[in-house]
Design a protein around this ligand. Structure first.
Ligand SMILES: [Cu+2]
Length: 444
């Protein structure tokens, strides 16, 4: 007995099934439709989407091709909706707390832009993308084979990989911010929090919440003993503040309103002032509506001093650092699954020579843990949260949780293009090829 026959029996009973078979095919198929429609809808994978001020979370929704139920909840305090740009399919305007399920039928592989059409909300960041043909975390990949042919899949993968190699990269974030040095030697850093258009992947422009117009925010680097001033100018539509994560500061400078200061209102400037007392591999980020502001881009690296290279790694060929890389992980808000604010193929490609050592500071500013894997060289973890380890620890895959920092040395022995990606595979590669948290090191 096949599933349709079972459905018939469960809905109409044995008598109805017999009647359907006795009458013509038309009757049978009509009853069939009725019989299977309810189970089919509930069997379609369900994906949860949250609407808040001002984000669609997750901003990148991966769904399998075919039938999918989107369960959309307004978790914010204003009225929101979710609309598909191209088809116009939409929820009604949802009141705070309301949920509506959209049943999407027969989706084909591709990208569908989504947004909230309440005036001003799209511009403030309520935009996203439904990627059909990926295998989202909420789905069971084994149960949802792709509808592509293997030739189509191979072609899509190659096209995407070649875009990583061939296309010019859009502006990258995380560049070092040079301080203004005041008369008493204080290093002053000027940060403006503002929303800008940010290309997270080729052709996909989002509203990023940035420090100085870039994601990650500019790197701040000082020496132990430096007097530091950070001016925060708030050009956002809501209040904000800056927390210096992993950095020893006086309590009043910890940037956690309302505990340690008042919120910095739109249009206001707040001055943070402290002395850099200890070495740090830290970060600075918003501690105000952080679940929205930080994943949307309000985060950057804050480094104090230079990390010592353990003498015990000399026999591995590691004696000096040829290149330092800050690698900020994100997975939510308008920025989504990204390395340094970019999603593959827009991610930066790194280059090195055989024999080089690269120091990587991983920072996780997202909402999930990411196991970061560089192909080929064994990484040596030399510091956790900025504190040198007594003994370096080998790791080719390093699990970086939200808020954590790991400092890892990679020593390149073999030439080639080596992939470097998050090893939660639906953050990295689907039927359309590599996406999200993927880049590469080109070793010559
Ligand atoms: Cu990941």
């Amino acid at each position: 007995m096949n599933s349709d026959e079972r459905s018939l029996l469960s809905i109409g009973g044995f008598g109805l099934a017999i009647a359907a078979f006795v009458f013509a095919g038309f009757t049978l198929s009509r009853i069939d439709d009725k019989a299977v429609s309810a189970p089919a809808a509930s069997a379609a994978p369900a994906v949860e989407i949250k609407l808040t001020e001002f984000a669609i979370t997750p901003a990148t929704v991966e769904v399998p091709a075919g039938d999918v139920n989107l369960r959309i909840t307004n978790s914010g305090t204003l009225v929101h909706n979710l609309s598909f740009t191209e088809t116009g399919m939409a929820t009604r305007d949802l009141q705070p707390g309301e949920t509506q399920t959209l049943q999407l039928k027969d989706l084909k592989a591709g990208n569908l832009a989504i947004l909230c059409t309440i005036p001003g909300h799209h511009d403030s960041g309520m935009a996203g993308m439904v990627i059909v043909g990926g295998t989202g975390a909420a789905t069971d990949p084994a149960a949802t084979p792709t509808t592509m042919t293997y030739q189509q899949m191979d072609k899509a993968m190659e096209d995407r990989a070649m875009r990583f190699v061939n296309e010019p990269k859009s502006a990258m974030g995380g560049t070092r911010l040079e301080p203004k040095v005041l008369a008493d030697g204080t290093k002053e850093f000027d940060l403006t929090a503002k929303i800008v258009d940010w290309e997270v992947e080729p052709g996909k422009i989002v509203k990023a919440w940035t420090y100085n117009g870039m994601v990650p925010g500019p790197e701040i680097k000082v020496n132990v003993g430096d007097k530091v001033r950070v001016l925060l100018n708030n050009a956002l539509p809501e209040s904000t503040d800056i927390h210096f994560h992993g950095i020893r500061v006086p309590n009043a400078m910890d940037g956690v309103d309302p505990f340690t200061q008042k919120p910095v209102l739109p249009g206001e400037t707040f001055t943070y002032e402290f002395t850099a007392l200890e070495p740090a591999v830290g970060m600075y980020h918003s501690h105000h509506n952080a679940q929205t502001q930080v994943p949307n881009g309000l985060a950057g690296a804050f480094i104090i001093g230079d990390m010592p290279i353990p003498a015990s790694l000399a026999d591995k060929g590691i004696t000096k650092v040829d290149q330092s890389v800050n690698m900020m992980l994100d997975d939510a808000g308008t920025i989504g699954l990204t390395l340094n604010g970019k999603s593959f193929p827009a991610t930066q490609a790194y280059t090195a020579k055989v024999g080089d050592t690269m120091l990587v500071n991983y920072f996780n500013e997202g909402l999930m843990t990411h196991p970061m894997h560089m192909h080929q060289p064994t990484g040596w973890i030399i510091a956790k949260d900025g504190v040198p380890l007594a003994q370096p620890m080998p790791s080719d895959t390093i699990l970086v949780g939200p808020g954590e920092r790991y400092t890892v040395l990679y020593h390149f022995l073999d030439p080639g293009v080596w992939a470097w990606h998050c090893h939660i595979l639906n953050h990295a590669e689907g039927p359309n090829g590599m996406f999200g948290m993927v880049t590469a090191v080109i070793v010559k």
